[in-house]
Design a protein around this ligand. Structure first.
Ligand SMILES: *Cc1c(COP(=O)(O)O)cnc(C)c1O
Length: 424
């Protein structure tokens, strides 16, 4: 079962909920995040799995087998995880786990697609309908829109700041999808986030049965364990696992996989110029700061939302023992992209490059010489400006090219709830 990070003692036990409730609610009623009250062990035979969806079935059945039939879980995994996440050898003892072969070309497809199918399954049993409301400045919106499109009993409403997302991102957001409506808001990303927050508290929106799909939802997190396990099978030996991080959902999933019994040589949290978590790991106080904009914009997070979960699950001292932190500037990111390309021909997107740089620094500091696995979180074709800044050739991706031909649907609105309500 799942309990709130903010409940204590008996209240925590009394507030324990099953996966379906945690999935549909998103946040605990006291404002905390849902965390597992215990972690199941990996089932025997998991390492004989022959695909991402097969290993996902093993892992998710260990977590959810008492709430969903194994057949249901296997069906959801096969439908959601119908793309591969290969381990690619880049240089001596350096591997990347490419998580960007899903429909919107970021690792967020894994969590969003799987979560959407669990939600649709749970809702069909209850004959309920929900509207997922998301504010997005980047990869989340397209992964959620794509993952939930066409799923029964679910509508999606996307808000993004007009003129403040890249051309590629916008194309991914506004392509016409069943049950999805995109709104370009005449304002900033903060305006969009404020509107979402207000809508959840506004009685005029009650009839929409609003729900969220951001990375604080445990339903997005659990499926992400699968690709760590699948990487472990592909690699065949333990590695240092480096996670390019923003809200720390991805790292949390990796650590839960390790709690289940997956062996690593430790974790490395690779952040850009937003150092909140590396600072905590270095023993500093938790310092709230403004968000710094960088070339790895999906990791531009001032205070990572999953930090509350990590601290609850492990405590600071254990985090310091199991995870090393690292920060990387934009200049270092571009330099890494260029050098890796020159030395190996591998084209890393800016987020992945932050991870590769973190490994290099960690090796220099710690003397670690064993294998390192960097999670490649996005396809480089999504970041033409960064590629050109780093002096790399333009990259193409079929999934982006086909969008040029597809019909688009978007409405422009003022940054006000009344305007949004009028359009819905
Ligand atoms: C969302 C995202 C991240 C950060 O992941 P978290 O789980 O928030 O730490 C890193 N890279 C890319 C490309 C992303 O879209």
């Amino acid at each position: 079962s799942f309990i709130s990070t903010r409940a204590q003692g008996v209240a925590a036990e009394n507030g324990a909920v099953g996966f379906t409730t945690a999935l549909l609610k998103g946040l605990a009623p006291d404002g905390g995040l849902f965390v597992p009250s215990s972690v199941p062990a990996l089932p025997n035979g998991w390492s004989a799995a022959a695909s991402l969806s097969e290993v996902a079935t093993h892992a998710l059945t260990a977590w959810l087998g008492h709430e969903f039939e194994q057949e249901t879980i296997a069906g959801i995994a096969a439908d959601a995880l119908n793309f591969d996440t290969p381990v690619v050898h880049v240089a001596d003892q350096l591997y990347v786990l490419e998580l960007f072969h899903g429909p919107t070309l970021s690792f967020k497809d894994v969590g969003a697609r799987t979560m959407a199918r669990f939600m649709a399954n749970a809702l069909s049993g209850r004959e309920e309908h929900v509207t997922i409301l998301v504010a997005t400045s980047g990869d989340t919106g397209s992964a959620v829109a794509d993952g939930f499109a066409g799923q029964g009993n679910i509508d999606v409403v996307l808000l993004y700041p007009k003129g403040r997302v890249s051309e590629v991102q916008e194309r991914q957001l506004i392509v016409e999808r069943p049950n999805v409506r995109a709104f370009s808001v005449e304002g900033t990303f903060d305006d969009c986030q404020r509107m979402v927050k207000e809508a959840f508290a506004d009685p005029r929106f009650e009839r929409f049965n609003l729900s969220s799909a951001n990375s604080i939802n445990i339903g997005r997190l659990l499926p992400q364990m699968s690709y760590y396990l699948w990487a472990g099978i592909q690699l065949g030996e333990p590695a240092l696992v480096c996670v390019p991080s923003g809200n720390l959902g991805n790292l949390t999933a990796g650590m839960l996989a390790s709690d289940m019994g997956w062996t690593t040589n430790g974790f490395l949290a690779a952040h850009n110029a937003n150092p909140f978590f590396p600072d905590v790991l270095a023993g500093h106080e938790e310092r709230q700061r403004g968000t710094v904009q960088t070339a790895s914009n999906a990791m531009d997070v001032g205070r990572p939302s999953n930090y509350e979960r990590l601290r609850w699950l492990y405590g600071i001292e254990t985090l310091q023992r199991r995870v090393a932190g690292s920060t990387t500037s934009d200049a270092e990111t571009f330099e890494t992209m260029r050098r890796v390309y020159e030395e190996s021909g591998y084209v890393a997107d800016p987020h992945t490059a932050v991870g590769i740089r973190a490994v290099e620094k960690h090796r220099a500091q710690s003397g670690y010489t064993g294998p390192a696995l960097v999670l490649a979180t996005a396809h480089p074709a999504k970041f033409p400006d960064a590629l050109s800044e780093a002096g790399l050739p333009v990259q193409m991706a079929e999934a982006l090219e086909v969008l040029r031909e597809k019909p688009q649907r978007v409405q422009s609105i003022q940054p006000s709830l009344s305007d949004l309500l009028d359009r819905l």
